[in-house]
Design a protein around this ligand. Structure first.
Ligand SMILES: C[S@@+](CC[C@H](N)C(=O)[O-])C[C@H]1O[C@@H](n2cnc3c(N)ncnc32)[C@H](O)[C@@H]1O
Length: 257
């Protein structure tokens, strides 16, 4: 792989266009199982168990407004649209290539106006604005991001968390997985990945950006969320459901605009 990425969006475009096709050619040449980029991480059975365990008990069947960060090819987007027939989803991603795959895979939902795709730019306040511009501020039922924010440093991730605080209604939920360096599997990966990434310091890669539950709980509490972790899913990642409290602290609105 000689190609280099200059931004996170470029990296994930490269993943979709070059890295995934290579993985598929090696592991599943007949493309029987690896249909979409992202199918190589886990199995449909695991994704659906996660959905039943983390999403379904938390969400009202009448869920109407959801916002996803890093949908990739949309395995969780599809489950939300199918399970919650009244839902409209705004799916925001840094990768134009991934958004093109998602538009293809879920074309009927896009055509029906139930799924809108948004390309995220390096603009800290854009995530909040994608809801505000639709009049969704303070009304969103669900913000979710699975297997995506493991790659996003806290300094960037916190912008999404502030955006979520602004767009969620009181009682609205943020469901997310992040990388946990303090779990046994997380620690093993931290160490195992040293040779892969050490020489790439300062470059854009798919390396993990490590967090731990106390950091997640502390920062989200300061932003106006009550956080509940999902111990059954604790492994390499920490999974949590953050419920927006009725009052959002001033610190959650970020620096002056
Ligand atoms: C490992 S894939 C996971 C995709 C999907 N959620 C799934 O479970 O299959 C990571 C996704 O996060 C997106 N992503 C990476 N960095 C991002 C960032 N800084 N902001 C938003 N999305 C990002 C990628 O473009 C990609 O769609």
């Amino acid at each position: 792989m000689t190609e280099r990425a200059d931004s996170y969006g470029d990296y994930w475009d490269l993943y979709v266009r070059s890295i995934f096709p290579q993985i598929r050619a090696e592991r599943d040449p007949a493309a029987e199982r690896l249909l979409w980029p992202g199918d190589e991480w886990g199995t449909p059975d695991i994704w659906s168990k996660i959905f039943e365990m983390v999403f379904v008990p938390e969400l009202d069947p009448g869920l109407a407004r959801a916002v996803e960060i890093g949908p990739g090819a949309g395995k969780y987007t599809a489950m939300v649209l199918e399970r919650y027939p009244l839902a409209t989803v705004l799916a925001a991603d840094v990768s134009a290539a991934y958004l093109a795959v998602l538009a293809d895979r879920l074309a009927p939902a896009v055509a029906a106006g139930r799924l809108a795709l948004i390309r995220l730019e390096p603009d800290w306040d854009q995530f909040r604005r994608i809801a505000a511009e639709r009049g969704w501020e303070g009304t969103v039922d669900l913000v979710f991001s699975i297997d995506a924010m493991v790659h996003v440093d806290l300094q960037f991730l916190v912008a999404y968390w502030m955006g979520a605080a602004a767009m969620l209604r009181p009682g609205g939920k943020m469901i997310m997985s992040v990388a946990d360096a303090t779990s046994p599997h997380g620690f093993d990966k931290l160490i195992a990945d040293v040779p892969t990434y050490f020489a790439a310091q300062g470059k854009i890669t798919s390396k993990f950006e490590w967090l731990c539950p106390p950091m997640v709980a502390h920062v989200l509490d300061r932003l106006g969320f009550d956080v509940r972790f999902v111990p059954k899913l604790a492994g390499r990642d920490c999974w949590f459901v953050a419920t927006r409290r009725a009052v959002t602290p001033a610190s959650a609105t970020g620096p002056a605009r």
